[in-house]
Write a protein that binds this ligand. Structure first.
Ligand code: TXE
Length: 469
């Protein structure tokens, strides 16, 4: 049975160079993360190549059984994993945060294990018989961010393993301990070499993207890094799934009850203290109910405690790192400088340790303000007034990203009609960001391409092969 200390000891035991990981809530030391070098990465890829054929040969049923056992292992160590995640990432244990994230890891593993993917009969007319199968790719590289480090790693790992691939994971340098700990737990149930983590800097990690032995890169992160990966993977023509940044719009139609939707609007925007790819980042509200929505949202937001993640009362935490804190602070400053009206927050408290930025709501803001046009990725929501649906849709579609979006209305038909006009990979109705392991998820425009989750997500981790005859 692992304890918090023993799990942390296992992942920090390394004789080479290390990097000190600090708790973003307190500045205290969490542990020393290994800095793996290029040689380590090459060995991980070679081990993956060596182990993959036997894993593929086990077949779907045996691999699914191993993934179900891996889900059990995550549940056995859930509290220890949640504590490491909370200390390294900053997110509270409670609320839709660290414990929720570890629970999602088990849920996504189970879904990847149990979703059925049958060969498809494409033509069978007596003359021609053509069947579509999905074969393993080989070795998959998984590159992830720091906001949901465990859950996003599982989104990449689980379908890749299910489809018969081996995986080499490169976590964000900001949150390597969480991913190393998760892999330690998963590896209690997986054959050696099938899953490894290379805790390295960006330059060493970039080797995955042009490595001839890697057949596919699963990437979640910024659009800029996504572009770099497209370029560096070109020579080896890698398959790519790219889940890049977003700046999700929410459109509130005039027929809603502001009080009834305020809590869901809040969590749509502020889940993980706003550090979520598909969070609501621009809220468009019809002028008839604008003031009421602002008032109700402020009431809900005021009641949400922010602080150290290990304190069971908190549901909001710090920004994970100083760079992100500075982004949020400068975008809110730009909004204030423009004369926008701050409903809540807006003044960073510099007296406490940690990268805490107060929950901030900004009203009467111009649609061209940087707090609206740039991805804030933090606890600051701009609320924009609109008059007509056409105007709201045009503004929602006005950016070159389109990951998620939402429409809020008591009339589902009207909401669906508006949803169909929005350029985004997912449009939720009366909720925002509710991902589900059964339902495909991916971006439109420069939010990336390729689908994750569900049967489409499994297909994306296989090579389609037609057997004709
Ligand atoms: O992401 P990066 P960062 C956004 C968010 C945030 C910004 C920067 O707006 O402010 O991105 O965050 C690796 N080849 N999102 O710096 O740079 C890198 O080491 C290979 C949105 O964390 O995209 C890390 O492991 N790998 C996002 C991972 O890519 C490369 C979540 C992400 O780094 C690489 C997080 C390269 N050329 C941040 N360049 C979302 N959609 O959820 C970087 N990496």
């Amino acid at each position: 049975m692992k304890t918090y200390e023993s799990l942390l000891d296992e992942v920090t035991a390394f004789s080479g160079q290390t990097r000190t990981i600090l708790d973003p809530a307190t500045g205290a030391i969490v542990g020393e993360a290994p800095i793996h070098d290029l040689e380590y990465l090459e060995q991980a890829v070679a081990d993956a190549q060596a182990a993959q054929p036997a894993w593929a040969a086990m077949g779907h049923d045996a691999r699914s059984a191993a993934l179900l056992k891996a889900a059990d292992a995550v549940e056995r160590s859930a509290e220890e994993l949640a504590r490491i995640l909370s200390r390294e990432q900053g997110k509270p244990l409670n609320g839709p945060n660290a414990r929720f994230e570890v629970g999602a890891c088990a849920a996504w593993l189970r879904a990847a294990a149990t979703i059925r993917l049958e060969p498809e009969m494409i033509v069978d007319d007596g003359e021609t018989r053509a069947e579509l199968h999905y074969r393993p790719i080989g070795v998959v590289g998984a590159i992830g961010p720091w906001n949901w480090p465990m859950m996003i790693a599982i989104w990449q790992i689980a379908p890749a393993l299910r489809m018969g691939n081996a995986v080499v994971v490169k976590p964000s340098g900001n949150t390597p301990l969480s991913v190393l700990a998760l892999a330690k737990v998963l590896n209690e149930e997986l054959p050696e070499g099938i899953l490894s983590v290379v805790s390295c800097g960006r330059e060493v990690g970039a080797r995955l993207t042009d490595h001839p032995a890697i057949g596919k890169i699963m990437f979640t992160g910024s659009t800029a890094a996504g572009r770099a990966i497209i370029k560096s993977s070109a020579d080896t023509v890698k398959r790519l799934t790219l889940e890049l940044g977003g700046n999700d719009a929410g459109i509130v139609l005039p027929d809603v009850d502001p009080k009834a939707i305020a809590q869901d609007l809040f969590w749509g925007a502020f889940i993980n203290t706003g550090q979520t790819c598909a969070a609501l980042k621009r809220l468009y509200v019809h002028e008839d109910i604008y003031d009421a929505v602002c008032t109700e949202l402020t009431t809900v937001a005021k009641a949400m405690p922010m602080g150290n993640g290990l304190d069971e009362n908190n549901v909001l935490g710090p920004l994970q790192n100083k760079a992100q804190y500075d982004v949020v602070a400068s975008l809110v400053q730009a909004a204030k400088d423009s004369g926008a009206r701050v409903l809540l927050g807006g003044n960073p408290d510099t007296t406490r340790p940690g990268y805490f930025y107060p929950t901030t709501l900004v009203a009467d803001i111009d649609n061209n303000n940087p707090l609206v046009t740039d991805e804030q990725f933090g606890p600051a929501l701009p609320i924009i007034r609109y008059r007509t649906i056409d105007e709201a849709v045009e503004k929602a579609n006005g950016l070159d990203v389109g990951l998620g979006a939402s429409v809020w209305s008591s009339n589902l038909d009207a909401a669906r009609e508006v949803a169909g006009r929005i350029q985004a990979g997912t449009v939720w109705i009366n909720k925002h960001g509710a991902v589900d392991p059964r339902i495909p998820f991916g971006g439109a425009k420069q939010s990336g391409y390729g689908l994750e989750f569900g049967v489409e997500g499994l297909k994306a981790l296989g090579v389609p092969q037609v057997i004709n005859g």
